[in-house]
Structure formats: structure tokens, C-alpha cells
Design a binder for this molecule. Structure first.
Ligand code: ADE
Length: 259
């Protein structure tokens, strides 16, 4: 039997049940395309107050998450891995981690697709996690962006969501057939639906023309134009076809002559 999924260690399990209990991920879980197991870190404490944090050595503000409960939780989650022939990637979420990207989501979805692979997320709260957790229990430390969240839970959900939607069968045909932002390494083109005109704002004629070749060219051009205007950094890294490069030169000429 395939064993693909995500394990999460957190002090707020409900956050995961709320998000994963809706929409596309709910459907995917019902179809058993993968599974998610959420572990309450407090269940792995040994004192009567179920303590997960303590004061920082050296002083300073805030509390630090203790290593013992996390160690106990990771050991418990991994206990049957060897017996089950399971390979696992243990991830810690923090702003100090490697910057998350669509490319990483694609790599991780391929990793899990080989079956008998799971990911384990350790979600931190408070000022941080005892450094010895990273040193001894973690394979990858990941950040979802240059800002600070109140905990790793949202980051874990962002990562799970972005990986899950790349797994076979998770998106319906209609959803997955779409050429979308970042699969090209550039931003998405603009979308429109009915009505063709709203308060004087018209849908571009080409989209109503039924000419699929022209529509494709228009979308590609708009996507490249947006990326040039909003995220030129992406264009430098994107793999552009010869046709794309011509479009880009065209846009550049257009932009210059408008000035
Ligand atoms: N925890 C707090 N902030 C975070 C971030 N930006 N990425 C991942 N985990 C975090």
C-alpha cells in the first residue's frame, strides 16, 4: 500500500483540521490521495503542566521551545518508519530557513510521488526553537517569505497546499489543465469571465474571437509584459523560447517608445 503524506507536530492541531477540512484538500483526503496526521506537542511532555517552552539562556525577551517534547514527538512519529520501509523528510519552519518556491514545491511533490515517503513538519511558536532541534532532528529548515509569523503552522499549510495540488488526481482535469503562473517561471496572464462588458469595462476582443492561436499569443504576451513590469527578477531566470524573446523585445520597444 502506498504511504504518502504529511505529519505535523504543533501545539495548535485545530488550525490544520480547519484548513484541511475544506475544498480541494478535503476532497483529496477523502479520496485518500495522501493523508495528514497532526500530533499535539503537549502530548509528548512529561510534566503535569505539559510545558513546551522555557526562558532563553543568556536572557532576552520571549520564550524558547524546549527540545525534550519535540525529541519525544519526532521519535514517536518516526518509530515505525524503519519497519515500514518509509523514507521521511523532517522540516522545521522558521524565517531563517531556505526560501520556499514553486520549484521546491515541484521537487517535494516528486519526492513524495515515489511512494512510501512522508514529510514531517515541526511548527515553532514563541521566540524560536532550541537550536539543538535543528542540529539533531531536522533535514531542511524552510521559510515561506521574508516576514515573521506568530508560528510555523501557516507556513506548514502553505507548503502542504502547494505540494498537494501538484499531486496526481488532487486537482480536477479542468483545474490542472490550466497553464498557470510560475509553471512557466513567470506571472500569470489576466483572466476574464462573463459579462463581456461591465460598467464600460470590456473584455479584450481577442478573447471573444475564438481564434485559439491568437488567444494563446495574447496571453503569453500579457504574462511576459506583467512579469517585466512587476517582477523583472523572474524574467532573468525564466526559460524563454525564441518566440518569447521576440515578444519581450517587442514589448521593450513598445515601452521605450511610449516614454
Ligand atoms: N515562522 C515564523 N515566520 C515564518 C516564516 N516566514 N516562514 C516559515 N516559518 C515561520
Amino acid at each position: 500500500m502506498k504511504n504518502i503524506g504529511f505529519d505535523i507536530i504543533t501545539i495548535f492541531p485545530e488550525i490544520f483540521h480547519a484548513y484541511l477540512g475544506e475544498s480541494i484538500l478535503k476532497r483529496a483526503l477523502q479520496k485518500e490521495l495522501f493523508d495528514v496526521k497532526v500530533y499535539n506537542l503537549r502530548d509528548f511532555t512529561t510534566d503535569k503542566h505539559r510545558t513546551v517552552d522555557d526562558y532563553p539562556y543568556g536572557g532576552g525577551p520571549g520564550m524558547v521551545m524546549k527540545i525534550e517534547p519535540i525529541y519525544n514527538a519526532v521519535k514517536a512519529v518516526k518509530s515505525a518508519d524503519y519497519k515500514n520501509g518509509l523514507e521521511r523528510l523532517t522540516v522545521m519552519l522558521s524565517p531563517q530557513g531556505k526560501a520556499y518556491s514553486q520549484e521546491m514545491a515541484e521537487g517535494l511533490s516528486e519526492y513524495l510521488a515515489r511512494e512510501n515517503r512522508r514529510m514531517l513538519f515541526i511548527c515553532g511558536r514563541y521566540e524560536g526553537i532550541d537550536e539543538r532541534v535543528r542540529e539533531s532532528l531536522v533535514d531542511e529548515e524552510i521559510s515561506i517569505g521574508d516576514y515573521v509569523l506568530t508560528g510555523g503552522e501557516l507556513a506548514a499549510l502553505v507548503i502542504i497546499d502547494s505540494i498537494a495540488r501538484l499531486m496526481p488526481g488532487v486537482l480536477g482535469d479542468e483545474e490542472s489543465a490550466r497553464e498557470e503562473s510560475f509553471t512557466w517561471g513567470i506571472l500569470d496572464y489576466p483572466h476574464y469571465t462573463r459579462p463581456p462588458e461591465f460598467m464600460g469595462m470590456k473584455v479584450p476582443d481577442v478573447l471573444l474571437s475564438g481564434n485559439h492561436k491568437e488567444i494563446w499569443k495574447w496571453r503569453r504576451r500579457e504574462a511576459i509584459k506583467r512579469t517585466l513590469q512587476r517582477r523583472p527578477d523572474l524574467l532573468k531566470r525564466a526559460e524563454l523560447s525564441e518566440e518569447d524573446k521576440e515578444i519581450l523585445e517587442d514589448i521593450n520597444r513598445g515601452l521605450c517608445s511610449e516614454e
